[in-house]
Design a protein around this ligand. Sequence first.
Ligand SMILES: Cc1ncc(C[n+]2csc(CCOP(=O)(O)OP(=O)(O)O)c2C)c(N)n1
Ligand SMILES: [Mg+2]
Length: 355
Amino acid sequence: MASAKNAAAGTALPLPAEKLLKLFEQMLLLRRFEEKTGQQYQMKKFSGFCHLYIGQEAVAVGTLAALEYAKDYIFTTYRDHAHALLLGLSCRDVMAELFMKETGCSKGKGGSMHMFNGKTRFLGGNGIVGGHTPLAIGAAFASKYRKEGAIAVVYMGDAAVNQGTFHESLNMAGLWKLPIVFIAENNIYGMGTSTARSCAQPDLYKRTADAYKIPGIQVNGQDVLEVYEAMKEAADQARNKFQPVFLEMLTYRYRGHSMSDPATTYRNKNEVSEYQRKDPMDRLRQQFPDIITDAFVAELEARIKIEVDDSVKFAEESNFPEQSELYTHVYVDCEGYPKGDVSPNKFAFPYNEVP
Ligand SMILES: Cc1ncc(C[n+]2csc(CCOP(=O)(O)OP(=O)(O)O)c2C)c(N)n1
Ligand SMILES: [Mg+2]
């Protein structure tokens, strides 16, 4: 059992030892899962878009740890494997979805960018930059209207804050006092374009207070405890005072934008190593060496390896969806919709024909 004090620093712990261990465990699981995902992609086990979360783990882990599990509505971008794993989906569920197998969380029809788990109110995985902020506004509005006590949390990248939908959403949230927390994961690049080149005000947190009456707070997104504390406060404001909050998480992705981006033209290796020196897991270990011990990490690495390897085997051995599934789960399954018929039918109009 870990001591209630951090002996190295001689100070009281900011969180119970079990919780610190859990934060570390979750970050390591995400890191190893994503490394395996990248490897499988390079081995051509699956294809399509694939955006890894490596380097940004403290943001998803710290923010979601500050919420009551499965109570709030969560939306994120296409960089969504991590959020999925933290919101009730297993490595098998996510890996099988990446492999586009019927055992995946979206039955193999969504792939990397469309992880989903209705049971924990994880409403995706969204491919359009800024396209999901209005959806989150809808969830926040519904929750307030029905007096649910739930908040909406919407993660986005730094490039999304230049989209019209973002500003429309913030205006509505500020005007209608919606229970919502906006989280911009500022990894300083939107694909290969830096925020310095794309944002008139690259300090994103400064954009929201005067314009939309939404306090903006800048957080060190590489410090999982700082992230956790900021999210606790923001969620409390949103839930109990209907005060929307905007959190700018300063973070960094170690890999390219997606698997097809070698990230060699817009940044150099020194920049990457500079950020790697501030890795969120190393930081936590250095802060709490008596709790996150070498022995604990070694045992954890072994446990995670088994789980991640098993998910690959499971995904490989699963089947692709049946052809008869082509029309199911596209919109809503209603009586009368065609099932199993993949030939042209009344639901598949030629483009030049008005229905
Ligand atoms: C409306 C729209 N425009 C362009 C794209 C293509 N696109 C996909 S990701 C991306 C960059 C987004 O960067 P950012 O919001 O910073 O998120 P990050 O990838 O860094 O997590 C772009 C331009 C898109 N998906 N949607
Ligand atoms: Mg970005």
